[in-house]
Design a protein around this ligand. Structure first.
Ligand SMILES: [Zn+2]
Length: 195
């Protein structure tokens, strides 16, 4: 199962678009395992979106075996207020307001996909999406039931991570529940918003 953000079918190529909504400064390279978001003096790692999107491109190519000759291009789009600081990549990494230009930049490859093929690809993808909708519903149900289980445990003051007991604590950002097995288990949750 693959969750692709957006697909654009053009006469030049099929574009597989991964969108990221991040603030702060973004650092990353083509091949590293993780990229870094630097925000309010904190550094947070996230999975290299280029590598993540290659998985999506691969899944899409597998789903469209009759279009092996069609080029698939990966584009990573940042939609938040994040600034790409030191991002050196061969894959397109851009901002949402440059997405159109990025796609149009491929227009010299205009002969690649005929209008008929564009429609066939679109229809094939619609079919796949419909089947996936049932799977997606089950997936959402599973997530909901996990959240419910977690909430039930927290109400009973049981740590959802290790099964230990939770204790009310207070820190610089207010009151929270923390696992009494700390530091062995670092689970904590804000009062009223378990996650
Ligand atoms: Zn615990």
């Amino acid at each position: 199962m693959s969750q692709i953000d957006h697909i654009v079918i053009s006469p030049y190529a099929v574009f597989v678009i991964e969108t990221k909504n991040y603030s702060g400064w973004i650092f990353g390279s083509e091949d590293s395992e993780y990229w870094v978001q630097s925000f309010r003096k904190k550094k947070v790692r996230f999975r290299n979106p280029i590598k993540q999107n290659w998985g999506h491109v691969y899944a899409l190519q597998e789903a469209l075996p009759e279009y092996k000759r069609v080029p698939f291009h990966s584009i990573i789009v940042f939609t938040g207020s994040g600034l790409l600081k030191n991002v050196n990549t061969t894959t397109d990494v851009t901002y949402d307001n440059h997405l159109y230009d990025t796609i149009i930049g491929y227009e010299e490859d205009i002969e690649n996909i005929t209008a008929e093929d564009m429609e066939l690809i679109a229809n094939k993808l619609k079919e796949i999406t419909i089947t996936d909708e049932i799977a997606r519903e089950q997936h959402i149900k599973q997530i909901r039931s996990n959240i419910e289980n977690t909430q039930t445990k927290i109400r009973a003051m049981i740590c959802p991570k290790c099964g230990g007991t939770l204790a009310k604590r207070s820190g610089p950002y207010g009151e929270f529940y923390g696992c009494s097995s700390y530091p062995k288990c670092r689970y904590k949750t804000k009062l009223g918003s378990p996650n």
